[in-house]
Design a protein around this ligand. Structure first.
Ligand code: ZN
Ligand code: ZN
Ligand code: ZN
Length: 173
């Protein structure tokens, strides 16, 4: 093989097979690894074994292993949406699929976003009348049991049950 022709073949080989190592090419064309490196350098071709890089769909980080996300965390972030809690105004992440689901099929009250059940309970209040002192007061809906008496305070509750020891349930009106 004429030297020039060999150089051309090596260059062609490199362009066609970016994954080949210098050694692989050298063996194939009967030249040293170093010689292959020189030829490729002169031709402006990469001399290192070329590795396919992938990009994380969420943070854009390059990664060697094939995949859509670099980490589980990125995957979660990608599939979640940032919502603002109606009660505490904090931002929080929620699975996008869950959000879509409740937008479509959820109960009406679920369409206000809350970071936690606690916030949800605090946001939905009802005004009640104390069964002992008859003052009005607010209570989170989640804490209201309609079949028992409502008291504005623990003191009202104790005082009431002192007067009506066995009357735990509300009388039906
Ligand atoms: Zn990532
Ligand atoms: Zn909240
Ligand atoms: Zn009271």
């Amino acid at each position: 093989m004429v030297a020039n022709l060999r150089v051309e073949s090596i260059i062609k080989e490199r362009k066609n097979n970016l994954c080949a190592t210098m050694q692989d090419i050298g063996i194939k064309y009967g030249v040293s690894r170093e010689r292959v490196r020189q030829i490729l350098c002169r031709a402006g071709l990469p001399t290192k074994k070329w590795v396919q890089m992938y990009q994380c769909n969420q943070c854009g980080k390059e990664m060697r292993r094939k995949g859509v996300f670099c980490s589980r965390q990125c995957e979660h972030q990608y599939h979640s949406v940032t919502l603002v809690c109606r009660n505490c105004k904090k931002e929080f992440a929620r699975r996008a699929s869950l959000t879509r689901w409740s937008l479509r099929y959820g109960r009406k009250e679920d369409k206000d976003w809350f970071c936690s059940n606690k916030c949800k309970g605090e946001y939905h209040h009802t005004t009640l009348v104390c069964d002992y002192c008859e003052k009005t007061f607010q209570r989170p809906n989640s804490q209201i049991r309609h079949w028992i008496h409502h008291f504005c305070s623990a003191k009202c509750m104790t005082d009431y049950y002192r007067l009506h020891p066995k009357c735990f349930r509300r009388k039906k009106k």
